[in-house]
Design a protein. Structure first.
Length: 185
């Protein structure tokens, strides 16, 4: 009988270790950074926009309406959106006149067609440094889709593209986000 006790204690320890491993795995997966799953349509879009599936898209940077209030924009109006940076670990470079893009999906071909951004931005670039304790780090970015291309109410996809920079301020990987907005003539 006394020989069975060490085996019982050993079994209890094994079960407790197994439970601990499972709990740690669950906690790790809950708090680990998860990559946004892109649909096949979104993957087609990012490829047409010159991005890769491996780029940081809709993860570190996410777009939303100002004040989180969905609005329909009017033709010729500046379209400003919040470009929030989450869990930012590296500075992000935003280059004037090369950051904000507008696309519309062709009904027949389903391809995404670029619409010119007619808002001229002053300055060359902005580097957004991580700010400890501020998560997300809010930024307002915008543009004006070419009014000549808006002949009816339509959905336009706004794409914001930046790049992470390293200590030497060289471009590293792309960081991007997109969302669909409604624009009326």
């Amino acid at each position: 009988m006394t020989q069975d006790r060490p085996n019982i204690h050993k079994s209890i320890i094994i079960v407790l270790v197994a439970v601990l491993v499972v709990l740690v795995s669950i906690l790790y997966s809950a708090f680990a950074k998860t990559k946004t799953q892109l649909s096949e349509e979104d993957i087609t879009f990012i490829k047409q926009a010159g991005l890769k599936e491996t780029d940081d898209i809709n993860n570190t940077m996410r777009l939303s309406y100002l004040n989180n209030e969905q609005v329909a924009f009017s033709k010729g109006e500046i379209i400003d959106v919040m470009a929030n940076l989450y869990n930012q670990k590296h500075p992000v470079r935003i280059i004037s006149n090369k950051t904000t893009f507008f696309y519309v999906q062709n009904e027949d071909t389903k391809n995404w067609e670029l619409i010119d951004n007619v808002l001229f931005e002053f300055g060359e670039e902005t580097i957004i440094e991580p700010y400890p304790g501020l998560n997300p780090l809010p930024n307002v970015i915008g543009g004006i889709p070419n009014p000549e291309k808006i002949t009816e109410s339509m959905t336009i996809r706004i794409l914001i593209v930046g790049s992470f920079v390293d200590e030497t301020k060289a471009n590293e990987d792309k960081v991007a986000a997109f969302m669909d907005i409604e624009v009326t003539p």
